[in-house]
Design a protein around this ligand. Structure first.
Ligand code: GRF
Length: 208
């Protein structure tokens, strides 16, 4: 039998998506292991969550590197040492550089709290609310060299309700995130995601 898919989760903050992924892997719902969690923020609560599950938790200090490329090379080498199959960005507040994207092409996923291509960037929940949309949502996508531009795996709509604040809307979006991010990882682990240009085809079980 082939081994389980090995995940690295890159984080910068609280890590509630990380928690949903850990739980889905531990329950056996997703045939993958969270092998290592890496944060660019030393006191990110996500690191604590990883440690509670005996998962390797590493802070990599970007300011300790001469350049962005050197920092990315360090990440690449940690990922290779840990034989990582899939890179999961979960609230990771840095852009991954071109060298990193090339090293793990088609093997990096991100989750974004809006329906891309609307509202890319770091303030998407606020931007959508300020714009006055009635529906926002979540996008899980593969990462390419652009900002939130890679091929889309899943999207789920989330309604905006009267008197929503950034916090209430983001909470509602989070609930969708906790369902669809593990599901996308599961499909990857089952080798059922096929990138064809901008489209991601979801294969039936056994249809390879
Ligand atoms: C999520 O809303 C995700 O879509 C965005 O950053 C947030 C991370 O939240 N990229 P958490 O750290 O997983 O709680």
């Amino acid at each position: 039998m082939s081994r389980k898919t090995r995940l690295v989760i890159l984080v910068s903050g609280s890590g509630t998506n990380l928690q949903a992924i850990i739980d889905a892997c531990e329950s056996g719902e997703v045939p993958a292991d969270v092998t290592i969690v890496i944060s660019n923020v030393s006191d990110a609560y996500a690191l604590e969550r990883a440690r509670k599950h005996n998962i390797k938790a590493v802070f990599v200090n970007k300011s300790g590197f001469k350049s962005r490329t050197d920092y990315d090379r360090e990440l690449i080498s940690i990922l290779r040492e840990n034989e990582i199959d899939l890179v999961i960005l979960a609230g990771y507040m840095l852009l991954v550089g071109p060298e990193f994207v090339r090293a793990f092409e088609g093997k990096i996923m991100n989750i974004h709290p809006a329906l891309l291509p609307s509202f890319p960037g770091t303030h998407s929940v606020k931007d959508a609310l300020d714009y006055g949309v009635k529906v926002s949502g979540v996008t899980v996508h593969f990462v390419d060299e652009g900002l939130d531009t890679g091929p889309i795996i899943f999207q789920e709509a989330v309604p905006v309700v009267e008197n929503d604040t950034v916090e209430t809307l983001h909470n509602r979006i989070h609930q969708a995130e906790y369902r669809i991010y593990p599901e996308a990882i599961k499909l990857f682990a089952e080798r059922r995601l096929k990138i064809e240009g901008r489209r991601v085809k979801i294969l039936e079980k056994g249809e390879l």
